[in-house]
Each structure stands twice: as structure tokens, then as C-alpha cells.
Write a protein that binds this ligand. Structure first.
Ligand SMILES: Cc1ncc(COP(=O)(O)O)c(C=O)c1O
Length: 418
């Protein structure tokens, strides 16, 4: 019998195979990653990177965290999947823990899904069940790529190829209280969807005043306030959920995903109080995988570690330290830092964010550019001041190099010597 060996592939081989085997929706991947540990990942060539993006706000505990590994492997040895004809202890425990952390009143409930888009689909269905025809979402919103989530997502380039999308959704200028009051006035709005910090739009926080107005006006008009905390939830901003930074602000529905499983796919919808709880009745929604024991065990490990290691305070502290160090750089290209905790957007004064992200990658740092003038950082919640400081130290050099090459590219071409 001949022994089968896996041929060692180069980055170029992988790029070609990726192009031949996967649909091109994400463009060309920047690197093929092979492994991760803590706040670092390594590509197939063995190059190390400081992961300042954590799979877009997902790897809350970093890579290969012992608590997550142990929870997933123990659960896989015990019970990996049951259908929704059955329950499992991790599923029930995770739902109870989320309700406790969300400070949800008695009569609240959780529905588990597998992603942020799916969580928002479920929230959309809850909204429809009010019987009201209109739904409001905000300018620059991002709620996912499935048809319902896309209907709530403002970006025309994402929406246009897939129309008609589920109807009844209108977009409001984020931050405009009068527009909100006018839109809600007829009393026929089922729900308003909002992200406390609009991550995909370039890490743009809604102001506490606007968040409070959202709560007050939706309550006045019997409209559901649905907060999408897919990117901001589970400790990312230094609070369990970003809205908890604003006093007395509790939504009617909250959606979660990303950090909840620390890399294991899971999404969740929390409905607050008995009235919202009863909107989705038996048989009106479902999923095969949502809340399976493995995903639930991962979620419990993430929440447990955040609690035990006091990561909320840690996130607030390292986020504040990083923000002040970036401000102290006083670099002409840096306009400021937006966001909270470890969901941060470095605002640039020129549309060079993509180029800076590429230069950062070449220098061993993973960040991304959600828009042309913002660098987003959403590192593992366990990252230290010292690890973040390596990026702060490299940043001025990266910015200078990109600015110089941009200036050279736009300089008039010389006629040569004559
Ligand atoms: C605020 C928000 N909602 C929803 C989603 C969609 O989540 P998923 O990609 O898990 O479907 C995202 C993803 O970036 C998000 O940032």
C-alpha cells in the first residue's frame, strides 16, 4: 500500500487553488493562515502577525485559548449535536447566563442561531409579528448579507444586485432625532434597528443622547428597539454589551454573534420581557444547528473567562491607554480615534486606510480598513498594553511611508533632463 503524503504547498499554490475552488465573493485573500496562539497568527510561510482584528471582532480570547479548547473538546467527547427535538445543559446554561448579563427582566428569552445575519433574521421576524408594516434602520447600517439582514443594511452596492429585498424597511439619518420622531409619529412602525457603534461604517458610535432618544421615542410609540450588538457585544467595548454604557438603556431585542463563540460559530437573539417573548410562537422559527451543545459550550467558556479574568475592566483600560498613546503621536495624518474599549477606528485625514492596512500587514500587524479613511482595530480582549504599544510605535513609520508613496504616485511625471 503506498503511503499518502500531503504535498507542501506554497502561498502561490494556495492562492491559485483558492481561486479555482472558492466563489470569488471576498476577492483575493491577503494571506493563507496556518495557526494562531494568543494574539498572534502565522501564515503558511511561517511569518508571524500581531492579530489586531481577531477575525473581525470574533476571537475574543485570542487563538487557541486553553479554556476554549478544553470546553470544546470536552463537549465534543460528550455530546456534539442534538436536534431541537431535544435540549442540552450547555444550551440552557448559556441562555440563562446571557439573560443574567443582559439584565433581562423575568419573562425574557433567548433564541440561538449560527451567525449575526441569522440572529438579525430572527429579530426581523419578531418585528414582523407585531403586525405593523414599517421598520426603520439607520444610514450607514450593516446588519448582514442574508436577504432580511440585507434589507436592513443601507449600503446600496450590497443591496442593489439582490432586489427585491423584503419590504417595509426605511432608512433614517443616524443621529437625527427629529427625523426619528417624525418617522415614528404615525404609530405604524414595528421596530427600529440600530448598532450602538456602527462598526462596518468605520467604527462610528451613536451618541448617548441619540441612543436615549431611540429608547424614549420607540417606547412612546409602542415600537420595538432592536439593538444589533453582533460586533459590539460580549465585552468588546469594555461592557458586556455596548448599550450598557448608557444608563437605563435596555432594548426590546438584542442580537449577538461574533465574539460570543470566540471563533466557534454562534448567534443569539435576546427578547426582553414577556410581551416580546410571545411574539414568536411555536413553529414560527427554527434552525438545525443553533444553540447546539458544542457552540453553547464555547459560548460558556468565553463568558466564563471574561468574568474570571476581569476582562471588561482590562478592555476599558488597554483601550483607553492605546487611544491616548495614538493621540500623543500627534501625527499629521491622524485625525483621532473613535469607538470604545477594543473596538477602535483610527480616523485618517486622507483616504489612505487601505494602503496603510496593507503596509501594516507587510510589517506584521493585522488591521483593516472598513472605509477609505479609517483603520479598524478589534483585537482579542486579552491583548496587553505592551502588545498594542508595538503597533503604536510602528504606526508613524507606516503612515509616513504610505503618504510618501501616495505623494510620489500623484507627483507630475518629470520630462527628464534636457
Ligand atoms: C453589526 C453587525 N451585524 C451583523 C453582522 C453579520 O454577521 P455575520 O457575518 O456573522 O452574519 C455583522 C458582521 O460584520 C455586524 O458587524
Amino acid at each position: 500500500m503506498s503511503e499518502q503524503t500531503t504535498p507542501s504547498a506554497t502561498a502561490g499554490d494556495y492562492a491559485e487553488r483558492y481561486g479555482l475552488a472558492l466563489l470569488p465573493v471576498f476577492g483575493t485573500p491577503q494571506k493563507v493562515l496556518a495557526r494562531g496562539e494568543g494574539v498572534h497568527v502565522w501564515d503558511t510561510e511561517g511569518t508571524q502577525y500581531l492579530d489586531l482584528l481577531a477575525g473581525i471582532a470574533v476571537n475574543a480570547l485570542g487563538h487557541a485559548h486553553p479554556a476554549l479548547l478544553s470546553a470544546i473538546s470536552k463537549q465534543a467527547e460528550t455530546l456534539g449535536h442534538v436536534s431541537n427535538f431535544f435540549a442540552s445543559a450547555p444550551q440552557i446554561e448559556l441562555a440563562e447566563k446571557l439573560l443574567e448579563l443582559a439584565q433581562a427582566p423575568p419573562g425574557s428569552g433567548v433564541f440561538f442561531a449560527n451567525s449575526g445575519s441569522e440572529a438579525n433574521e430572527a429579530a426581523f421576524k419578531i418585528a414582523r409579528r407585531t403586525g405593523r408594516p414599517r421598520i426603520l434602520a439607520l444610514s450607514s447600517s450593516f446588519h448582514g448579507r442574508t436577504m432580511g439582514a440585507l434589507a436592513l443594511t443601507s449600503k446600496e452596492a450590497y443591496r442593489a444586485p439582490f432586489e427585491p429585498l423584503p419590504g417595509g424597511v426605511e432608512f433614517l439619518e443616524a443621529g437625527d432625532e427629529q427625523a426619528l420622531a417624525d418617522a415614528l409619529a404615525p404609530g405604524d412602525v414595528a421596530a427600529v434597528f440600530a448598532e450602538p457603534i456602527q462598526g462596518e461604517a468605520g467604527v462610528r458610535p451613536l451618541s448617548p443622547e441619540y441612543l436615549r432618544a431611540l429608547r424614549r421615542l420607540t417606547r412612546e410609540h409602542g415600537t420595538l428597539l432592536i439593538l444589533d450588538e453582533v460586533q459590539t457585544g460580549v465585552g468588546r467595548t469594555g461592557h458586556w454589551f455596548a448599550h450598557q454604557a448608557t444608563e437605563d438603556l435596555q432594548p426590546d431585542v438584542m442580537t449577538l454573534a461574533k465574539g460570543l463563540g470566540g471563533g466557534f460559530p454562534i448567534g443569539a437573539v435576546i427578547s426582553y420581557g414577556p410581551a416580546v417573548h410571545d411574539l414568536l410562537q411555536s413553529g414560527q422559527h427554527g434552525t438545525t444547528f443553533g444553540g447546539n451543545p458544542l457552540a453553547s459550550a464555547a459560548g460558556l467558556a468565553v463568558l466564563g473567562t471574561i468574568l474570571e479574568d476581569d476582562l471588561l475592566a482590562h478592555v476599558r483600560s488597554v483601550g483607553a491607554q492605546f487611544t491616548s498613546e495614538v493621540a500623543a503621536l500627534d501625527h499629521p495624518l491622524i485625525d483621532g480615534v473613535r469607538g470604545a474599549g477594543l473596538l477602535l477606528g483610527i480616523a485618517l485625514r486622507a483616504p489612505l486606510a487601505k494602503e496603510v492596512a496593507a503596509a501594516a500587514l507587510a510589517a506584521g500587524f493585522i488591521v483593516n480598513a472598513p472605509d477609505e479613511s479609517t483603520l479598524r482595530l478589534a483585537p482579542p480582549l486579552i491583548i496587553t498594553d505592551q502588545q498594542l504599544a508595538t503597533f503604536t510605535a510602528a504606526l508613524p513609520g507606516l503612515l509616513d511611508a504610505v503618504r510618501e508613496s501616495a505623494a510620489a504616485a500623484t507627483a507630475p511625471i518629470s520630462d527628464g533632463e534636457n
